[in-house]
Design a protein around this ligand. Structure first.
Ligand SMILES: *Cc1c(COP(=O)(O)O)cnc(C)c1O
Length: 393
């Protein structure tokens, strides 16, 4: 069994490109060109250079001594929180802006929920001097004001989605409508390993720099490339895909995907797709998603805006179904406590998404000699208000 995408865009039974006919030419242009472009020397050179000089890669693989002592195992943190813009998302937007340029596109669109992907997209558009339009639900615009301000400072136009629940899925619909109307000059930057083929594979490949670095960094520190476990949180699944990528076929490496349970898996306020979801189509791909009996998407809930997504990418649906990865669910409370613990033990304030991954150590016991690499997907600056409210700081 392979965990990589097949030539039709499937991971096992999941994936594909379930799109309206009018979108077909856009997606097909990308599908026919993305691998070829990614293999060009000029593309690789510019991508690597920007990751180094602009994003600040390689990010450290940090041995967390006090955290390791507390849980009696060897814990390394992959410091994606130290990337420019504060999270892993920029690895993907750098890749896609270069892809857009190679395809001759001079206009970028994106959708965003919490605003993190919108900011990462606006950032690379400013860097390249390319027009940027970000669709965002009207409700999200109101509750994510700082990220809206960031996007505007970076020169992007933020367009409110006024239909439906006025959140992420409605913003996605608007972005798709825009792309259908502007097929020639516009590239749509999707922010996670979701959407129709080839997006999940393309985004996973851009993020795979994370596990590429972990391999040589761990070799330097432990004398071996493979840890016993890699742990990452999963919203759509891009940081986890990047951290898992070069280990997918290494069976001795345990993969642990951490989802947001919100107020509890059975509370009705949750985002634990692997438990609550079943097969369906969302954003153009067949995957696991939270839906009603009639196939309507159920609004997810998590204290963490980045994990508040009703599906997972098709790679993760396959990793879950095939049991290659172990999926665990972490509640708001468990994540917040784990985040605070990292502050106190290591002097690192994590994003609340990453705090979910950190809570693995309360739920699962590791052996003393186990090497556990945890992908610290982002830093907590953006979450300060949530931390302040929760801990009454
Ligand atoms: C967006 C985000 C996530 C969730 O997205 P994935 O595609 O699942 O990685 C996780 N952590 C941080 C810091 C984020 O900004």
């Amino acid at each position: 069994m392979s965990y990589f995408v097949d030539e039709n865009g499937y991971y096992g039974q999941f994936g594909g490109a379930y799109i309206p006919e009018m979108l077909y030419p856009n997606v097909e242009e990308l599908r026919q060109n993305y691998l070829k472009i990614m293999q060009e020397d000029s593309f690789k050179k510019e991508f690597d250079e920007l990751l180094k000089e602009y994003v600040g890669r390689p990010t450290p693989l940090y041995f967390a001594k006090r955290l390791s002592e507390k849980y009696n195992t060897k814990i390394y943190l992959k410091r994606e929180d130290l990337c420019h813009t504060g999270a892993h998302k920029v690895n993907n937007t750098i890749g896609q802006i270069l892809m857009a340029k190679k395809l001759g596109k001079n206009r970028i669109i994106a959708e965003t929920g919490a605003g993190q992907h919108g900011v990462a997209t606006a950032t690379v558009c400013a860097l390249m001097g390319i027009e940027c339009v970000v669709y965002m639900g009207e409700i999200d615009i109101a509750r994510q004001a700082p990220n809206v301000a960031r996007m505007k400072m970076l020169g992007a136009t933020v367009v409110p989605a006024l239909s439906g629940s006025r959140t992420l899925k409605d913003a996605t619909n608007e972005a798709i409508r825009d792309w259908i109307n502007n097929p020639v000059d516009t590239h749509y930057i999707i922010g996670s390993v979701v959407g129709p083929h080839p997006y999940p594979d393309m985004v996973a490949k851009f993020q795979s720099v994370i596990s590429e670095e972990i391999k040589w960094q761990l070799k330097e520190k432990e004398g071996k490339e493979n840890p016993d476990y890699v742990v990452a949180c999963v919203g759509g699944g891009s940081n986890a895909a990047g951290a898992f990528y070069h280990y997918l076929d290494e069976k001795e490496v345990g993969l642990i995907a951490v989802e947001a349970a919100g107020l509890g898996v059975d509370s009705g306020e949750s985002a634990a797709t692997s438990v609550l979801g079943n097969e369906g189509v969302i954003h153009g791909s067949k995957t696991l998603l939270m839906q009603t009996k009639d196939g309507q998407i159920i609004e997810p809930y998590s204290i963490s805006a980045g994990l508040d997504y009703p599906g997972v990418g098709p790679l993760h649906a396959h990793l879950c179904e095939s049991k290659r990865a172990e999926f665990i669910s972490i509640t708001d409370d468990e994540a917040m406590q784990a985040g605070l613990e990292l502050c106190e033990l290591e002097g690192i304030i994590p994003a609340i998404e990453s705090s979910h991954a950190l809570a693995v150590f309360k739920q699962k016991e590791f052996k003393k000699d186990d090497v556990v690499v945890l992908n610290l997907s982002g830093r907590g600056d953006k979450d300060l208000n949530t931390y302040i409210k929760y801990f009454k700081l």
